[in-house]
Design a protein around this ligand. Structure first.
Ligand code: DLL
Length: 433
């Protein structure tokens, strides 16, 4: 088993808990002293940093939400003067102002180390040739992965997102062994490769580290088959640090969260009650060591479960299950919650269906309707109408029994649904337009 920092990744849990308590206290003092918005929140909750004596006291601390970041736009949640901030990233967000995040030199150092751990956990070494097709720029994917890849001594190709034919040429000519990008972009690359007549056996790519958007186990299988690689899931968010908050190990039974830096909880998103391990709910993260933008109990809106059992890989850090979706992407159809990942899982179990789909929600009168548009393979599309109708009916039935709500299925020609070079858009909600 390869580790980047075995001492920290496999730290005995009792030591880890001591470290967490010490770091949590430090974070509480830091935000209380240097961030007026946190002082106000702590005062309103009737808690002082001195009251944090056990990890259980975390529960007494206030939550932080995306709205808090918006209200303090751009820099008011920073806990250090701007002279200490050496990098700024932001995430675009669909509405209003972007979310702005800052890093001190030490924050960047920790992020780089976490990415080095992540890449190593997925098999990256100094002999790897890493093609990093996450977007470079304000998005944390590009630079985050880049510095980690340099830290492990790999040869990095900073190809960024887009220009897909060139990506494939680079893979061929430079002998890329590890690809990093969003899962939807990996799939698009596979499609363009086959159009160009490039076979996986023409390439040296062995593995891929994919994240920044939800993707199902069926999508993993699809990508692994089409590219003939080993695909790992990586999780992160800009508010907390960027990619590298959690990563799968070779056992792929959950993503190990870097618990020496991040304290995690699962809450019921409605009642905000902390749920026991194993329950599904919203992931809440406290970044204990961040200097520029430490966040206390940040509500990620990502839904997952936690598992603290020892993993066979030897790492002691808690595992989170693959994220099933974020609450923003959940559509409620006649009272039933539907996530794109649930639809994806069903679709990819049906032969003849391509892994490209879109959920379109509309309201007719008082009734919401979910239409699932999905591409079918060329051969099926040009087959008899009856066969197409049979397939449509089968998908409707499968979706209805998995989701518990009737869905309209529209089979579309290959290559009609927009391809993504970054995060894929899976839902169009026409009710809000
Ligand atoms: O997406 C950071 C990142 C870059 C992660 C590259 C992994 C790889 P944001 O743009 O701030 O940051 O978006 C964060 O993306 O709250 C999740 O909803 C979603 N997300 C990220 N990774 C995963 C994943 C980056 N592996 C938001 N599975 C998060 C599911 C993910 N969703």
């Amino acid at each position: 088993m390869l580790y980047w920092d075995k001492e920290k990744e496999c730290m005995p849990r009792e030591h880890l808990l001591e470290l967490q308590l010490r770091r949590l206290k430090e974070a509480a003092y830091r935000v209380y002293a240097f961030v007026p918005a946190y002082k106000a929140k702590f005062d309103a909750a009737g808690i002082k940093p001195d009251d944090i004596n056990t990890l259980d006291d975390l529960k007494r601390m206030p939550f932080t939400t995306k709205q808090d970041l918006r209200d303090n736009y751009p820099f008011s949640l920073f806990a250090v003067p701007m002279s200490e901030v050496v990098r700024i990233h932001s995430s675009s967000g669909t509405t209003g102002k972007p979310t702005v995040v800052g890093y001190t030199r030490k924050d960047l150092e920790i992020w780089t180390e976490l990415m080095a751990r992540a890449l190593t956990s997925a098999g990256g070494t100094k002999r790897s040739v890493i093609q990093n097709a996450y977007g470079y720029g304000l998005f944390t994917g590009g630079l985050g992965v880049h510095y980690g890849a340099e830290r492990i001594g790999a040869s990095v190709i900073p190809s960024s997102g887009g220009n897909t034919k060139r990506q494939i040429m680079l893979m061929q000519d430079f002998g890329t062994t590890l690809l990093t990008c969003t899962p939807s972009y990996a799939l698009f690359m596979a499609e363009v490769m086959s159009e160009m007549g490039v076979k996986p056996s023409d390439l040296k790519v062995q593995s891929g580290i994919f994240g920044a958007e939800p993707w199902s186990e069926n999508m993993r299988r699809e990508i692994e088959n089409k590219l003939s690689i080993n695909a790992f899931d990586i999780y992160g968010l800009s508010e907390i640090i960027g990619p590298g908050v959690a990563i799968e190990c070779p056992y792929k039974c959950g993503l190990h969260i870097a618990e020496d830096h991040f304290l995690v909880e699962i809450i019921d998103p409605v009642t905000e009650e902390v749920l026991p391990d194993g329950s599904q709910g919203e992931l809440v993260i406290t970044s204990m060591t961040k200097e520029a933008l430490p966040l206390i109990r940040y509500r990620t809106r990502d839904l997952t479960t936690l598992n603290r059992e020892q993993c066979e890989c030897g790492r002691t850090h808690v595992r989170m299950q693959k994220v099933m979706g974020r609450s923003d992407d959940m559509v409620i159809i006649r009272g039933v919650n539907v996530f794109p990942s649930m639809v994806e899982s069903v679709l990819l179990n049906v032969p003849g269906v391509e892994p490209h789909y879109l959920l379109v929600v509309e309201r007719f009168g008082n009734l919401d309707q979910l239409e699932v548009q999905v591409e079918v393979s060329e051969s099926i599309f040009s087959d008899e109408v009856r066969k197409l109708e049979d397939l449509g009916r089968r998908i409707s039935k499968d979706l209805e029994s998995a989701l518990g709500v009737a869905v309209k299925v529209r089979l579309v020609e290959p290559k009609t649904i927009a391809r993504s070079e970054g995060k894929a858009q899976r839902v169009i909600d026409k009710r809000n337009i």
